[in-house]
Write a protein that binds this ligand. Structure first.
Ligand SMILES: Nc1ncnc2c1ncn2[C@@H]1O[C@H](COP(=O)(O)OP(=O)(O)OP(=O)(O)O)[C@@H](O)[C@H]1O
Ligand SMILES: [Mg+2]
Length: 317
């Protein structure tokens, strides 16, 4: 049974001075998330990601359509106790320390001492803020705020966590930390639904993704399916190469680039692959890596969005 069900959700905001002009933020969105998945919700700015999450959190009412979490309508109090939420750009009262904030949130969920203190210790450890536990949040970096945000979202041991842009504004180390936390949640069986426009993070984490653009679902599925696994060849990296290697490779392969002590080679057919492997054995070269070349999510994303803009232009003319 899916744990998140979204059916034909449409959301129009009324904008302008007289609130008369409808702006469609979500257009007939339907999707389902299964238990235990890491589900990535992708889309450029203004795609409708936060709007969807706010509807799921019962912070906004849809204009039409329906959503259910754990089989219950989004206004169910019983269901709410089993989920966690990290809003986009979270703000917490910043004279509190992480310890105080988590103790406060824990009490809201009915935790009492001594369990509460144990839970707070464990969470601070999980998100790597044990050393900062008594520092006021106003002194926190963006990465630290994001981590305390995740801690408060999982204090009730939720079955599903909803994270709105958990990596936004984080440096590579901060992003890695958040990735580690998300992977750890999955290994405990927690379903993670997160929105992002940081594609490598999505590529590294998600079982399935949904791509949203201008409120419309563009595609949903495993990343490999979406990218259509168009393997366009392989990139081979060798070390220990000599002038002889360079000569053989240039004679047989498409693209050969020496970079320091490494040789980067692009091959696109089995004959070239055979020639490269033969040299590796005969010339005792070190095979550093051999990776299939496929379009990245970035390339896909740009292409899709360009196509949809072009087709719209076509319709208008
Ligand atoms: N309260 C509101 N009033 C009017 N329009 C809104 C409101 N909230 C969102 N919108 C509009 O709805 C659309 C979707 O916004 P949303 O915040 O859901 O996008 P997003 O995918 O989360 O973008 P981002 O990546 O920038 O966070 C945008 O065009 C936005 O301007
Ligand atoms: Mg958003």
């Amino acid at each position: 049974m899916p744990v998140v069900e979204i059916e034909n959700l449409t959301k129009d905001f009324l904008v302008g001075f007289w609130k008369k002009h409808p702006v469609r933020a979500l257009d007939n969105l339907s999707l389902q998330v299964s238990r235990g998945e890491i589900f990535g919700f992708l889309g450029p700015n203004g795609a409708g990601k936060s709007t969807t999450l706010k509807i799921l959190m019962h912070l906004l009412h849809p204009s039409s359509g329906e959503a259910r979490i754990l089989g219950e309508p989004v206004d169910s109090v019983k269901m709410r106790r089993k989920i966690g939420f990290l809003p986009e750009n979270p703000y917490f009262y910043d004279y509190l320390t992480p310890e105080e904030l988590l103790t406060y949130v824990g009490r809201l969920f009915g935790l009492r001492q001594p369990d509460l203190s144990k839970k707070v210790d464990l969470l601070l450890e999980t998100v790597g803020l044990t050393d900062a536990r008594r520092i006021q949040l106003r002194k926190f970096s963006k990465g630290m705020v994001q981590r305390i945000g995740i801690a408060q979202a999982i204090i009730n041991d939720p079955e599903i966590v909803f994270l709105d842009e958990p990596m936004s504004g984080l440096d590579p180390l901060g992003r890695m930390e958040v990735r580690r936390i998300i992977t750890a949640l999955k290994s405990k069986g927690v379903t993670v639904f997160f929105s992002s426009h940081i594609l490598p993070d999505v590529e590294a984490l998600c079982d399935r993704v949904a791509i949203l653009n201008k409120g419309k679902l563009q595609e949903v599925g495993a990343l490999e399916e979406i990218l259509k696994v168009r393997i366009e060849g392989h990139e081979v990296i060798l070390a220990g190469w000599t002038d002889e290697t360079l000569k053989t490779m240039q004679e047989t392969c498409e693209e050969v680039r020496p970079m320091g002590d490494r040789l980067h080679i692009r091959i696109s057919n089995p004959e070239q692959m055979e020639a490269v492997l033969k040299s590796v054995f005969e010339q005792k070269l070190e095979l550093i890596s051999m990776n299939p070349i496929r379009p990245s999510l970035e390339e896909y994303f740009f292409q899709e969005i360009k196509d949809s803009q072009n087709s719209r232009r076509g319709q208008n003319s």
